[in-house]
Design a binder for this molecule. Structure first.
Ligand SMILES: [Cu+2]
Length: 609
């Protein structure tokens, strides 16, 4: 749980809203207590923690002195309060960690995040990023939202809407441990705790309001605990839309591991099966959709893997809750009652015992207020632009003609972002980029164990190949001939001389092919960078691609993402510009299912001049 500026720690701490060009200064106070081992389900909690600003393009600025001010540097951690001094470096031999963790301190950590003037506006978030503890700490509730507003503040269009923050984070609550009295979260919970995924009757949905019990017993206080799915800290809240006042929902999946498959359904009226409403998506994962994409972004359901975010336009007229006559909308006289649900999601094939099985939960009651006056309102088109500043951010364009080569062009040919004063990044070079073989692109393979025995092994294997990109195919002739590597061939984070730790020249735009060699979904994330998706190849079958949801259409989007779902067996081609001076330094790329990240599905990137 986080407390901010003196507020009590909460599952839903205050939202930080910053403007482009502003500098955010954060003091991290580590009040984590060691959990007694009798109450812990796995191992005693070692209270190392730190902070990461997800999706935010600021320098890592790893200070040599761990007590000095850092940028978005995850290679430093605090090991709890210090007596006397606000910050005291821990000797290297007492850090209980390998060199991959970086230095640690007792006491406070200082962070400084200078947002560039052209930083993308949108929804981001902050959470701890200590390798090995990420799942426990984020899953226990440690996260908060960060929104970047245009530098001139909210536009007139934005003020037309009511903004709702919907922070989704599941918490598994156990009864208090009798000897210690500590209420703990069972960190070994099973994703099928509430039973395997199946279609629910309306009667069963009523038993799933905000929580589910083990295998759906009616016992409200079972000894094995309750699994709660609060929305912004409240279990099954009511969200009310005043008539004629549309809302923007800013939704974040801040769960450590759980995926959501959101649907908004009308439950009032006499229909036996409720009707889904089309949701308008304006932004995904910190990237505003372009106008054309937003116009066609009517989604019946929206899949959010861990750390995914979406901004939705919730207008009763757009939702087809009203009657439309000649581009005017008339709301019904009486209220329409709807429900925001997650339909549940398999991230792997149940029959092959792969992946996780996230439950169906009724998340919130939604009241669309009626209009007794039956006034006809003129309808305005969807404006994703409403989320953007007047002068929009324009990313460095990638070279469309260079389909099969990474564009490691001379730096003079790549438009670089200018450095603003005070945004200096780390410049000490510790690696030198090794060019890929001629005509090759970088390939990142996601791997894990092939049997239950090796299930805890997760890793990333960086390699390279020529690329043959078709309409719906991604062929890698240099590696496809060799088949899928053995489970042990995917190095885990911290492995010595890890070939997946990359060294990249500042100024390059790299094309990466993300290859999911496993039977379950992963969610690719890279720090300090936004990327564009330029090709997707999927294995056949709707079930296999559940975690992609309606993003199947998203490959035409020009949107810059900081996350992207990788269905089992999929290949996703992304172009990543390393053209911002803030990117110089060392950071990580990883799967954002934090159980996978903690088990090693992460590697480093170092960008050098
Ligand atoms: Cu994963």
């Amino acid at each position: 749980l986080y407390g901010v500026n003196g507020t009590a720690p909460s599952v839903f701490p205050p939202v930080v809203v910053a403007k482009q060009g502003q500098t955010l200064k954060v003091r991290l106070i580590n009040d984590l207590q060691s959990v007694p081992s009798s109450a812990s389900q796995e191992h005693p909690e070692v209270p190392f923690t730190n902070l990461h600003s997800h999706g935010v393009l600021v320098p890592t600025a790893a200070a040599t002195d761990p007590c000095a001010t850092h940028g978005d540097n995850i290679f430093v951690a605090s090991n709890g309060p210090s007596t006397g001094e606000p910050c005291k470096p821990l000797p290297a031999d007492s850090q209980h960690s390998g060199p991959e963790h970086g230095p640690a301190v007792l006491g406070q950590l200082q962070y400084r995040y200078p947002l560039p003037h052209d930083h993308p506006t949108g929804l981001f978030w902050m959470h701890p990023h200590r390798h090995g503890s990420s799942q426990t700490q984020v899953g226990g509730g440690m996260s908060m939202l960060l929104y970047v507003d245009p530098s001139q503040g909210q536009t007139r269009v934005q003020r037309r809407f009511d903004v709702k923050w919907l922070m989704l984070k599941d918490v598994h609550l156990l009864p208090p441990d009798p000897p210690s009295g500590v209420a703990t979260r069972n960190i070994k919970y099973e994703s099928d705790f509430c039973g395997r995924l199946a279609a629910l009757s309306e009667e069963e949905w009523r038993l799933r309001r905000g929580t589910c019990n083990p295998k759906d017993t009616d016992d409200r206080t079972p000894s094995t605990g309750t699994w709660a799915f609060p929305v912004s800290g409240v279990v099954y809240p009511t969200i009310t839309l005043r008539s004629g006042k549309p809302q923007i929902w800013r939704i974040t999946n801040a769960s450590a591991d759980a995926s959501y498959r959101l649907q908004l359904v009308v439950t009032s009226g006499s229909a036996a099966s409720p009707r889904p409403l089309r949701m308008r998506v304006l932004a995904l994962d910190g990237g505003t959709l372009d106008q054309d994409a937003a116009q066609h972004s009517g989604f019946d359901e929206l899949v959010l893997m861990p750390s995914a975010r979406a901004e939705l336009l919730i207008d009763p007229c757009e939702l087809e809750a009203g009657t439309i006559v000649r581009s005017h909308c008339v709301l019904p006289k009486s209220d329409v009652i709807a429900e925001l649900r997650t339909l549940g999601l398999d991230t792997g094939d149940q029959e092959r015992d792969a992946g996780d099985h996230w439950p169906a939960i009724a998340l919130a009651r939604v009241v669309l207020k009626g209009d007794r006056t039956q006034r006809a309102r003129s309808m305005s088109p969807i404006r994703a632009r409403a989320l953007q500043p007047d002068r929009p951010y324009s990313p460095t364009p990638t070279d469309e003609s260079e389909q099969n080569t990474i564009s490691q062009s001379p730096r003079t040919e790549t438009r670089l972002h200018t450095m603003q004063p005070g945004h200096e990044a780390q410049s000490a070079t510790t690696c030198s980029p090794v060019p890929l073989p001629a005509g090759h692109v970088r390939v990142i393979r996601f791997g894990n164990g092939l049997s239950k025995t090796y299930w805890t092994h997760f890793g990333l294997l960086a390699t390279s190949s020529r690329l043959e990109l078709g309409e719906n195919s991604v062929k890698l002739p240099d590696i496809d001939k060799d088949g899928i590597p053995k489970a042990g061939d995917y190095p885990s984070f911290g492995a010595p001389d890890n070939p997946s730790n990359l060294c990249i020249r500042y100024g390059s735009v790299e094309r990466w092919v993300l290859v999911n060699d496993t039977d379950e979904c992963h969610n690719f994330h890279i720090h300090q960078a936004h990327f564009r998706v330029s090709g997707i190849a999927l294995v056949e079958g709707e079930k296999a691609n559940a975690c992609l949801g309606d993003r199947k259409a998203a490959k035409q989007f020009k949107t810059l993402h900081d996350n992207y779902p990788l269905p089992p067996g999929s290949r996703v081609v992304v172009d990543i510009p390393f053209t911002r001076p803030q990117q110089i330094g060392k950071f990580v790329y990883h799967c954002h299912i934090l159980g996978h990240e903690d088990k090693g599905m992460m590697a480093t990137v170092e960008v050098v001049l």
